[in-house]
Write a new protein. Structure first.
Length: 636
């Protein structure tokens, strides 16, 4: 009996163990059997659903490539193929046991321009989710998420021709056609300095038969003197009326000296003479009859060759020495303050603030930059050594960042040099050169419209050079004055007229006044508003690129306006101009500029209608910025 009970207990354990094993194995076995029965159909469904998802994805891309407008509106869609094209139709779709949808939604970006759940709306990016689901054999979904942007096939609009610029609105600007079409500030005294005109302007016969060679001008007056021989008057004051052209009249004369250079202000004229006791003669011209008021006697036996004055200090050259002298009074003998050796005989002095620019006849160092902040201890701090002959004359632009230097004629080297003097110290570089041909230069000046005028003897005596590209100054016009030109000066008048005054070897009409064709006064600021560009439908205006020439002291800044169409047309659209931050108080200044994607008042980008404004300015009336073209990039 004991044996039977033991055997029965063992059997019970075996039964329980078998049941436990079956409870573990049987579900897996049943699942495997079911999976085997459903596996192939489910796999076929998944493959089919994946194909439908890919088809919808390609349909969306096809619609985008045709036009951004096809995916511009958020919502749920399904693809339909019609007329050989894919289109997105509102709502999802169900077919053959499958449900398919295309969800289009907006995209936002954070401060680092990364896609984020919140942030700034990016109107040129859309999030696309393609979903395909089915219920048999089991409920299953496959999906694909991707992003599309407008910039797949950007378009561009170019404005560059004379006709296109004439279609806009201009204030103090003119359209030129040097290279197909440009905008620039109105030049003064002439609408075209490259077409100089002598016949329309007066000439003046200076008294006696001397040959004039010294000239200086301020508004309303020209100071002229003789130096090539002693048969003329030492000095003549010529008054000029504020007319176009001006009327020139000899006001008075002064004699007794042979004049090599002249300088003047409202009440005094300063003559550099060949008198060894009075190298500088100071003439009081405030009354009806000029009188000698004072003088400066430079050390040694030599002549005065150049002169410039400040409020209380005068500067002159005699031989290879630069002298400063006291002008706290203009009367009597003026005392020497300081002296400085220079590279050659001084030919021209230009005083600007604490700096004196001195031209010498040296063929190795033609221009000195002298610190005269302490006239008793003047020092050369910079210089220009150009690849030319002896220095003759220099003109400094308004902010003294450029020196326009001429040298004597050379058969192998240029005679005109553009020198960078924005930094005053050290060796100053040459930016560009020009060859005057057979002319031997005697003088140079710069006038409005990025032009320089060089005068001299031989060849063509009056040459106008375009400085639009400083590295390659180019001839643009001139005059033949066979008697030769001994010097010139130019003055910007208060009403913005500009004329050049030249002294020639013509004994019967030494002083001549030259301008280009009649025009308006020079402008220092101007504005251009473009005509409307109609993109035909709503697009995203992405950026613009400009080509412009902006010499030192000039600038062009920009604003843009984007507006929606009114009943499909840009006629009557309102334009609000903004800068890079989307406000009306900022301006674009770089060559390549992104256009804000915002809506602010009448400004709405994306939009259909586009305009731009260009704001011109210059601090130097002889130089203007030049706007050549603009390319506007946009995405349909």
């Amino acid at each position: 009996m004991k044996h039977w009970y033991a055997q029965g207990g063992q059997m019970l354990v075996e039964v329980l163990l078998a049941l436990a094993i079956m409870s573990l194995v049987l579900p897996a076995l049943l699942t495997g059997i079911v999976a085997t029965r459903e596996g192939k159909p489910q796999q076929m469904q998944r493959l089919q659903a994946t194909a439908f998802m890919r088809e919808a994805t390609e349909a969306v891309r096809s619609v985008r490539e045709r036009s951004w407008a096809g995916i511009a509106t958020n919502g749920q869609y399904h693809p339909e193929f019609s007329g050989g094209l894919w289109n997105l139709v509102s709502g999802g779709e169900t077919f053959s046991g499958f449900s398919r949808s295309i969800d289009v939604s907006s995209v936002y970006r954070d401060a680092s321009n990364t896609i984020a759940a919140n942030g700034t709306l990016d109107p040129s990016t859309k999030k696309i989710i393609v979903t395909v689901s089915w219920t048999t054999p089991r409920v299953t979904t496959v999906d694909s998420t991707f992003y599309l942007t407008r910039h797949l096939d950007n378009l561009k609009h170019l404005e560059t021709t004379e006709a296109e610029f004439n279609g806009g609105s201009k204030t103090n600007l003119v359209v030129t056609n040097v290279s197909g079409g440009e905008l620039q500030l109105i030049p003064g005294g002439s609408s075209d300095w490259c077409a100089p005109n002598l016949s329309m302007n007066p000439t003046v016969n200076l008294p006696k038969s001397g040959v004039a060679n010294a000239i200086h001008a301020i508004e309303g007056k020209v100071f002229a003197g003789t130096g090539d021989n002693a048969s003329g008057v030492a000095y003549a004051t010529v008054t000029l009326t504020n007319a176009n052209p001006p009327i020139a009249t000899i006001l008075n004369t002064f004699d007794g000296y042979k004049t090599n250079a002249a300088f003047g202000d409202a009440n005094y004229a300063y003559l550099a003479t060949d008198n060894n006791n009075k190298e500088i003669v100071i003439i009081d011209i405030s009354g009806s009859s000029p009188t000698e008021a004072g003088n400066f006697n430079a050390p040694g036996v030599t002549s005065g060759t150049s002169i410039a004055t400040g409020a209380s200090i005068g500067f002159m050259t005699s031989g290879n020495t630069l002298y400063s002298f006291d002008l706290s009074s203009r009367n009597g003998s003026r005392s020497q303050v300081g002296s400085l050796s220079i590279a050659g005989i001084g030919k021209k002095l230009v005083l600007r603030g604490n700096y004196l620019y001195a031209v010498t006849d040296s063929d190795t160092t033609q221009l000195h930059i002298v610190d005269v902040s302490n006239p008793a201890n003047m020092s050369i701090i910079g210089q220009a050594s150009v690849a030319g002959s002896a220095g003759v004359d220099v003109f400094m632009n308004a902010d003294s960042s450029r020196a326009y230097l001429v040298t004597t004629n050379s058969p192998t080297m240029p005679e005109f040099f553009v020198i960078d003097t924005s930094i005053k110290t050290g060796d100053r570089p040459t930016l560009g050169t020009y060859n005057t041909g057979e002319m031997n230069p005697t003088g140079v000046t710069a006038v409005s419209g990025n032009k320089a005028i060089i005068v001299g003897t031989g060849g063509q005596e009056y040459q106008v050079v375009r400085l639009t590209t400083e590295s390659t100054p180019a001839y643009c016009g001139g005059l033949d004055i066979d008697s030769g030109i001994r010097g010139l000066a130019s003055v910007l008048e208060a009403d913005q007229d500009v004329f050049t005054y030249i002294i020639t070897g013509d004994a019967s009409s030494e002083l001549k006044i030259i301008s280009g064709d009649p025009g308006s006064g020079v402008a220092t600021a101007g504005t251009y508003e473009s005509s409307t560009f109609d993109a035909v439908y709503t697009v995203a205006f992405n950026r613009f690129r400009v080509h412009a020439t902006q010499p030192a002291g000039t600038s062009i800044t920009y604003q843009v306006a984007v507006s929606p169409a009114i009943s499909g047309s840009c006629t009557g659209a309102s334009f609000s101009y903004v800068g890079p931050d989307g406000s009306g108080s900022t301006f674009f200044s770089a060559d390549t500029n992104p256009i804000p994607f915002i809506t602010a008042g009448a400004y709405e980008n994306p939009g259909q209608c586009f305009r731009y404004k260009a704001y011109f300015s210059t601090s130097d009336v002889s130089i203007t910025p030049i706007f050549s073209d603009i390319t506007i990039n946009y995405s349909p």
